[in-house]
Ligand binder design. Sequence first.
Ligand SMILES: Nc1ncnc2c1ncn2[C@@H]1O[C@H](COP(=O)(O)OP(=O)(O)OP(=O)(O)O)[C@@H](O)[C@H]1O
Ligand SMILES: [Mg+2]
Length: 280
Amino acid sequence: MEANNVNQGLSPMNKPLIEMENITKRFKVRDGSMFTALDRVSLQVGYGEFFSIIGPSGCGKTTLLKIIDGLVPTDEGSVIIQGKEISTPGPDRAVVFQDFALMPWATTLKNVAFPLEIKGSPATEVSTLASKYIELVGLGDFADHYPHELSGGMQQRVGLARALVAEPTILLMDEPFGSLDAQTRRELQNELLTIWKASGQGTVVFVTHSMDEAVYLSDKIVIMSTRPGRIHEELIIDLPRPRSEATRKDSKYVELVEYVWNVLKILAHPDEPPIKSDTQ
Ligand SMILES: Nc1ncnc2c1ncn2[C@@H]1O[C@H](COP(=O)(O)OP(=O)(O)OP(=O)(O)O)[C@@H](O)[C@H]1O
Ligand SMILES: [Mg+2]
């Protein structure tokens, strides 16, 4: 991870890791008619890329993530991962949800070990890998704690460790820090970059509502428009890595956040002139 240039995100065969071509998704609504949630969405995510999706509520971000995970089928278009079309979840992908989705009756260790147990990994491997990722997210002293004994930030770390433990090629994150306070959120943003680099794993597809979070973390951002959900714009974030708190003061960072803020504002209120934001 920590690629400086998204063009480095191609495999030796010069192919991106994820290719989505003309994805259309419709849902049946209560009156029996069909609602188009995603309309001909095409995007490519490179190997090692930190790729964020931002857009108004209801533009189809979660649906898109579920399609990449193989949980939701498309009506049209295909998802190609590492050269193969996917239609079901696979061990190459793991998801971190906004609401942590931990098992309340299980300890940190049991929650993190769960994906490996499902996979039928040998007990020694389960315990070694679960402990490794619990340490990596800084919860070494909390392995035998239950979720209700942990803070929101700690619970989200458990969710992250559980996603990393099966060592997926692609980490899918759906507003993982959305319910955390601003300070914890910033700390976890920094930790995510550190942990992801330390874990030696590849690619993150990250859904967020926060423009500063998207700019801070990403190599590339897609901005979506809504009704129907479409890709409005792709933006390359060529801020140097490693990113740090100093990045947040970088004038280029501030400009990029403001740019995304204005694009989203124009999408929401197309008739109003763009104005300067306070970048928050
Ligand atoms: N299973 C479903 N049945 C019917 N409509 C659905 C279903 N899932 C999603 N939708 C609709 O598809 C649209 C996109 O939903 P989605 O959850 O992907 O949006 P989102 O961009 O993640 O929104 P948010 O930012 O609020 O999380 C919404 O209008 C939603 O009501
Ligand atoms: Mg969503």
